[in-house]
Design a protein around this ligand. Sequence first.
Ligand SMILES: [Zn+2]
Length: 724
Amino acid sequence: MANLQQIHGIAKPLYLGIFKEIMYLCSLRAYTRAHAPKMDKEQAKNRIDFLRASLRENSRLYYVENAPVISDYEFDMQMHELESLEAEYPQFDSEDSPTHKVGSDLEKGFVQRPHRYPMLSLANTYSIEEVEEFAARAEKSLEKGFTYSCELKFDGTAICLSYRNGMLVQALTRGDGVVGDDVTANARRISNIPLRLHGDYPAEFEIRGEVLMPYEAFDNLNREREEQEEAPFANPRNAASGSLKLIDPQEVSHRGLWCTLYHIPAQSLSFSSHDEALNAAASWGLPVSSDRRICHNISEIREYIDYWDVQRKFLPYATDGIVIKINEMEYQRALGYTSKSPRWAVAYKFKAEQACTPILSIDYQVGRTGAVTPVANLEPVQLSGTVVKRATLVNADQMEMLDIHEGDWVYVEKGGEIIPKITGVEESKRAPGAVKPSFPAVCPDCGTPLVRAEDEAKWFCPNKDGCPMQIKGELLHFMSRKAMNILAGEMTVEQLYNLGLARTPADLYDLSVNQLLCLEGWKERSAMRFRKSLEESRSVSFERVLFALGIRFVGETTAKELAAHFGNIDALEAADLQSLLEVPDIGEVIAESVYSYFRNPEHLAQIERLKAAGLQFSSSSTGAAVSDALAGMSIVVSGTFSVSRDEIKAMISANGGKNSGSVSAKTSFLLAGEKPGPEKLRKCESLGVRIIGEEEFRSMLPAASGTLAETAVKDTEPQQLTLF
Ligand SMILES: [Zn+2]
């Protein structure tokens, strides 16, 4: 991972006062030329190496992890700086430099297919002067009259759809521009992508565009993720791209994705202009934006840019710029391509919207994990259509990096996060004698000295079992809808805590009706309702119980993976680091967190009490393995089955087998459902690993565990409550 401090270090001059305003207006290249310190060869080489490493890592974070740590602007700045350094020092240019490559979103787990025509990204600029240069070049090299097609630049993730005989047959992501991930099953779940065309469509063609997540769907999704203590997506674009890569197409249909199409590769059909092609596509029922405009010269292009720089704030989805294309196919062909992008188009990017407002005070909030987050209370200010009153300062390093002083005027940006981010300080407005706020040395809630692990950016309150905010946070998490779904909110938890009635989740199951009636405003009816939801929580599945335990870094998805892989809590508890790392998608950080959770005697005692309260601690609902029919076997599951894949995995664990994510020489067999991954099939073939179907698999198991669903229902009937 590139050194974050260094990356932010580059961007720091941007944050300095008046510079910011100048930067907003001036070209990046001009900036780089004017402000880069004169380097010698050695320094240039080092700088080039650093920029390449940083761009590669950030490109991976952006395209693959969907979790960028630097802004697009910072990324583009680094790219431009690298380009100009490579131009100045051609001896250090190299074919594999990020400047010659399209970023790649290819991911493991998807089948990759070649694009018929390479899928390139556009050259982009923040400078209107560079748009003018683009137009001037076009006017110089194209003699006859030509036009520009100006369009909104949608901020989503690129997609390429193929239609044959009017039917959608394939959807690929951009990938690395040469091959893309096949996401056809997911694209079919996007409501405005037609599966079947109408009108006079060609027999075969492909069309490209963008998959977006509208703001409303994005807010809903992030609210859900916050509730589950899963990291929210940084912006709608990352959410769209993450959603398009979901393994479960069913889940995709709930994400509210939306598609807009903007390009038919010229080679595939004979249209005379880009505009004509898009109008035709619209007539076949394809979603094409009507906010396009044909411009004849640079002043019309400028008008279009100025208009949308304001109007885009009222659109229900994110746009980040304007795309200007030469409209006539003949001229597009004449201009051609570079290795990375077409010469007949350019993208002008808008700078993220900001507001400047003073800090009134800073709160230090303790989360359920004990992490302390500084949050600034701001003089309310309008930003992207909403009033902003609070903004996160992220952590102590960030405060130091921004050089925050008390009462500072700060720049606030909404990267799509729920809480906006402070990106810079207006030093010219700093009051004389202003002091730096001191990050608390002790927990603002319980007074315990804060600690910070070497590799963590956050300070933590280590008083896990005595810190009121953490205890209440844990209880709320345990009771939340996606966990045990126990009907009670913050107020109840506050009271239960203050009266000393509940400190741990297990305490909830010991509460008597009389104790509940002590709570302010509680009558018999509310007590019975609470009791009923406790009863119902006894049949909540193991994976949700595991999520409810609040093990650090174990969100809903990870809990599912762990439950399916290990089948029951005893197997999970006994697992060493190595076997935890064998679970698909589980890396070192999560493995270590899970491992150390089960090494804490208090956690084990808590689990024993919850077991005694009747909660589900195994996927098969009978505790230990149902049989040892699959003992010693390592099994890889691929494709779709008559039940969910998680259930299949649970059946494997329950019968003593081991779930493995990838095929190797050690694999006992591949359990293949419908449409198994071709990569896995190929690997089995080359290694001579046996492939068996669902029916044969079920015949290997004792009769009882073949009908898992039925036994589960019978065994999970709520037990009688004896404590009331
Ligand atoms: Zn504390």
